[in-house]
Design a binder for this molecule. Structure first.
Ligand code: UD1
Ligand code: CA
Length: 454
């Protein structure tokens, strides 16, 4: 029998310590808002409904979460009276009697589905509450998981703990699973009779035990349970995410010579046997196919690099850059919204924007597509095997035919037919001996200047 599951995601924090004009759960890790990471993790644990407890930026947070394709119901928490109070805001959803209820935090984005799935499995075995814990050398601030003969009997918050309890390094991540049939009844028994005067969700463990129910634990890594309160912690989360993803990508068959200098986006896709050199940055929406090479110091976003293509060093691929198989975009080139045909070469110091470059075309150094007239953008089309001489300006809209040749230094303003040669530059004039005359005149002028005044 399939068990239904509701996730209650807490995201009502004020984000005060982020010192931000918007809710912390909207801050991105790897280019994706934290709340979206959490949505993806619960989705992978087979959650089909989400109750989102919101405060600040309620609408924006709800809309962002809903983009992940799971139905999201927002519940506003006006006053922050504690985690137990926060979960109860979703009373209406909880009253629907799901089999399982998972409580997750919107500011714990590195969470993976594994401990969530394991916690649900333990609910299915007959536990009423399953707490996800982690071991840490630095437990300050966390609730401690108190056990006797290996079974959980209470969670003690730091402020309410004795010295002996504070020495415990087995901590509450805050994430837990609750028997959905009993959740509402259990949650309503929580009081605020404690050091902080808050409704502690963690009291559920003792409540369940007193009622003769069963509590269990699941272990997760400290890393994946790390939360975010400040920008400094955001940077730590980003670093942990990057490290984890680089590792996965390398294990999938991608070579990275200095992985710690490569920055990935949440959706970066890299094929087998691709090579990523040092200091490469992937913005969102990049796919690199197998065997492609991204040389050092390149920056890519919204781009596709087909099999065997090479990029950089020092190249910039902007949104809409599509590099065909075996094509080449070399140093100090910028490509935006352009198709580079298979085998085509854009090797040095070039800007290609709003363009179609045919297969095996060669674009000389310093070529620029003049795509913008100050108001509108225009398209440049270059045919297959066309050869564009160095330092050409292609004033769009304009096209160059297949197998055509454009002389270096040309300014191309009208279409060039297939197989034609286009010369768009002033004819060279020649003045024999004039260089000597000019040099002598210049030397005389310099001597006159440096002569001491009498
Ligand atoms: C909580 C746990 C603690 C655990 C720790 C892990 C309780 C009583 N304590 O402590 O055992 O070790 O998390 O980080 O549950 N939130 C709301 N509304 C509220 C209160 C909290 O939405 O009224 C949200 C916060 O934005 C945050 C999460 O719930 O995302 C946890 O709240 P926080 O105040 O950080 O809990 P802690 O006191 O740190
Ligand atoms: Ca906290």
């Amino acid at each position: 029998m399939e068990r239904s599951c509701l996730a209650v995601i807490l995201a009502a924090g004020d984000s005060t310590r982020m010192k931000s004009s918007f809710s912390k759960v909207l801050h991105p890790v790897a280019g994706l808002p934290m709340i979206s990471h959490v949505m993806r993790a619960v989705g992978a644990a087979d959650v089909r409904n989400v109750a989102l407890v919101v405060g600040r930026d309620a609408e924006k947070v709800t809309a962002t979460a809903a983009r992940e394709g799971i139905p999201v119901e927002p519940f506003l928490q006006d006053k922050r009276l504690g985690t137990g109070h926060a979960v109860l805001m979703a009373r209406e959803a909880l009253s629907r009697q799901y089999h399982d209820v998972l409580v997750a935090y919107g500011d714990v984005p590195l969470i993976t589905p594994a401990p969530l799935i394991e916690a649900r499995r333990k609910l299915a075995e007959g536990n009423d509450v399953v707490v996800i814990g982690f071991h840490t050398e630095n437990p300050t601030g966390y609730g401690r998981l108190l056990t006797e003969k290996g079974s959980l009997y209470a969670i003690r918050e730091e402020k309410d703990a004795t010295d002996a309890e504070r020495a415990v390094k087995w901590c509450n991540s805050g994430i837990m699973a609750i028997n959905g049939k009993r959740a509402l009844d259990l949650l309503q028994r929580i009081t605020n009779n404690n050091a902080k005067g808050e409704y502690y969700l963690t009291d559920l463990v003792e409540i369940v035990r007193k009622l003769g129910g069963k509590a269990a634990m699941v272990e997760a890594s400290e890393e994946e349970m790390t939360g975010c309160n400040t920008r400094a912690e955001l940077a730590v989360l980003e670093a942990m995410w990057q490290k984890r993803r680089r590792h996965e990508i390398m294990l999938s068959g991608v070579t990275m010579l200095a992985p710690e200098t490569v920055f990935l986006s949440h959706d970066t896709v890299i094929g087998q046997d691709a090579q990523i050199e040092q200091n490469v940055v992937f913005g969102p929406g990049v796919t690199v196919e197998s065997g492609a090479v991204i040389h050092a110091f390149s920056h890519l976003e919204g781009s596709h690099v087909a099999a065997g293509a090479t990029v950089g060093p020092f190249a910039r691929l902007r949104p809409g850059a599509h590099l065909g198989e075996g094509s080449k975009v070399g140093n100090f080139c910028e490509v935006k919204k352009a198709e580079i045909g298979a085998g085509a070469k854009v090797n040095h110091l070039t800007y290609i924007g709003d363009a179609f470059i045919g297969a095996d075309a060669n674009i000389g150094a310093g070529t620029i597509t003049c795509n913008y007239d100050g108001v509108n953008k225009h398209v440049t089309k270059i045919g297959e095997r066309a050869f564009i001489g160095s330092n050409t300006s292609l004033v769009a809209p304009v096209s160059v035919g297949n197998d055509a040749l454009v002389a270096s230094g040309s300014v191309i303003t009208t279409d060039v037919p297939d197989e034609a040669l286009a010369l768009g530059r002033a004819r060279q004039e020649m003045k024999p001996g004039r260089a000597v005359v000019i040099r002598e005149r210049n030397l005389a002028a310099k001597a006159a200047k440096s002569k001491p005044k009498e």
